[in-house]
Write a protein that binds this ligand. Sequence first.
Ligand SMILES: Cc1cc2nc3c(=O)[nH]c(=O)nc-3n(C[C@H](O)[C@H](O)[C@H](O)COP(=O)(O)OP(=O)(O)OC[C@H]3O[C@@H](n4cnc5c(N)ncnc54)[C@H](O)[C@@H]3O)c2cc1C
Length: 562
Amino acid sequence: MKFWSAEARRNTLADWRATPPFVDVLVVGGGITGAGVLREAGRAGCSAILCEQNDFAWGTSSKSSKMVHGGLRYLGSGQLQLARESVSERERMMVEAAGLVEPLQFLMAHYSGEFPPAWLFDKLLHVYDRFARSAALRQGAERKQVKAMGHRQWPARDHGMLATNLKQQGLSALTQFTDAVTDDARLVMRVLFEAQQTGVQAFNYLRVQAVARADGHNGQKGRIEGAWVVDTSPDSESDEPFLIRARTVISATGAWADTLRMHEGHEAAIRPLRGSHLLVPSWRFPVAFSVSYFHPVDKRPVFVFPWEGATVIGTTDLDHTKGLPTSDTTDIAISEAETSYMLSGIDALFPGIKLKRSDIVSSWSGVRPVIASGAAIDPSKEKREHAIWDDNGLITIAGGKLTTFRLIAQDALAHAAKYTDVRAGTSRQAIFDTHQQTAGQSCRLAGRYGIAARLMNHSNELIADTAFQWCELEWALQHEAVFHLDDLLLRRTRLGSLLPNGGTELFGRLEPLCRQHLHWDDARWRNERLRYEDLYSRYFSIGASAATDKVFAGKASKGVAA
Ligand SMILES: Cc1cc2nc3c(=O)[nH]c(=O)nc-3n(C[C@H](O)[C@H](O)[C@H](O)COP(=O)(O)OP(=O)(O)OC[C@H]3O[C@@H](n4cnc5c(N)ncnc54)[C@H](O)[C@@H]3O)c2cc1C
C-alpha cells in the first residue's frame, strides 16, 4: 500500500527540481473535486499529480454541511436526471463507504399557511423514493429491505416523539425522509488514498503559481506544457518555483477558480458565497433527526442536525466580500450577523431551547464556488451545478457537490480527452475500492480508511467523549501528510471542532506523539501551538462575541450582512 511519507516527498521534490516530471494530467486543488479527478485519472491508467496549495480539504471540502444528499432541490426545480444521478451515487456511497457515508433521517416541519405544504413534499418524495429504491436494487439490496425504504408523514401531535422543543403553534404535519451524512475532509482523504493506490500522486502544500504554455502563434495561446509550482510546506528547502510538465492541467480550485484563469486574461466567473455553521453540545440541544425549516426572517431553508455526537446548526448564504484566503495562516470566519441569524432561527423554531452564545463550541465557514449568473439575484437563487471551462488545455471545474464528485470528475476527464489519451470511467463502476471488513474491525474505521484500516493498531481507545480513537491520530501523524497541528485537529480528525477550546486539552498527550512521529523540537511545538490557537480563535470559534451571553430572539434582520 502507498502512504504519504515526509522522506519520500523530500526526495521526489528534489528529483523534480533537477528534472521536471512529465504526466498526462496535473490536478490543481486537493478538495473533493480534485481528489475525484485524481482518483478517476488513476483508475483510467493515466499518470497524474495533484497539488494542493495548503492542506488536503483545506478549502470548502472540510467546511460544508457534510450532507451526501440526493438532490431534493434538483427535484423541486424539475431537474429529474440530476436528482436521479445524485440519488444513485448516494446509495452507492452508503454501501461502498459505510462508516464514512451514513444514512441520516431528516424531518421537515410543515406549518399552516407556510411553504412547503406537506402534500407537496409528499409528492416530491414519492419520486425521490422511487429513484432510491431502484438504485438500492441495483446495489443488490433485498426486495424486502427496499420495500421498507421511503418517506413517512406524521401528524403534528407526534412532534414530541420526533423533535422535542419544536414550535407547536401552527404545526400541521411532519415529513420524515432519509438522506446521508459524512465527514467531508475524511471523504477527501479516502478518495486521495485510493487514488494513490493506482500509482498517481497527491501533494499538499504545493501551490500552482501559473500555468506553463508553449509560445503561441497569431495571438493564440500556446499549448499547455504544465505549471509552475512552489513548495509551501514548513519543510520547504526553497521558495523557487519549479516546473511540473503535463499534457493537460485540470484546475479543481473551487472558489479560487478565477485566480489561474484571470492570470491567463479571462474574466472572473465565480460568485463566492459564504455559508457558516455553529456546533453546540448535543446534551444542550439534542436532535435525533436533521430538522429542516424555513428561517422566519427570510424564509430560507436552514437546518439543525446531529453530527459526530454534537448538534450542528446551518447555514447562511451570503456574498463573501472579504477576499479569499490563500495562505494557510488565514481562513474564512463567521460574522457576528450570521451567528445572530442562526441563533434567532433556533429561538423561533425551538423556543424552549434558549441557546446562548456561551453554548457554542465551535463554528466553521466555507465558500461555495457558485458560477455567477451575472444577474443581481439573491445568493440562494444562484444555481449550484458544476461548470467546466476549457481554455486551450487549462480545464477549470467549479461548483457541484460532495455526492456527485465522481460524476463531476468523469466529466472533467471527458474534456481532458482532447489533450491526452484518457477514457473516463462510467457511473456503472464502483466509486470506492470495496473490501471485506475483517472481524472485529469497526465499520467506522473501515469506511474512513478503506483497506488501510486493516493495518491500524485498533486500540479502541476513544478520545474524550468523541467517536475518534487515539489510533487515528497516530495513523494520521505517521501516514497522512500532516505538517501542522491544524491539519491533524481540523481535517484528519474533527477534534478541534468537537471539543471545547479547539481540543487544546489534548496537547499534553499530543506533544510527545508529534515529537516522535514528526520529529518536532521545542521551538516547533511552541510555534505550532501558537499557530493553532490563533487559527482556532479567529476562524473556528465565535471568538470574543461569545462573551455577550444573551438569547438573540428576533434580533436578526432580513438577509445577513457580510
Ligand atoms: C456552507 C457550505 C455548505 C455546503 N454543504 C454541502 C453539503 O452538505 N453537501 C454537498 O454535497 N455540498 C455542500 N457544499 C458544497 C461543497 O462543499 C463544495 O461544492 C465542494 O466542497 C467543493 O469542492 P472543491 O474541491 O471543488 O473545492 P475546495 O474544497 O474549495 O477545494 C479547492 C482547493 O483548491 C486549492 N487551491 C486553490 N488554488 C490553488 C493553487 N493555485 N494551487 C494549488 N491549490 C489551490 C484550495 O486551497 C482548495 O483546497 C457546501 C458548501 C458550502 C460553502
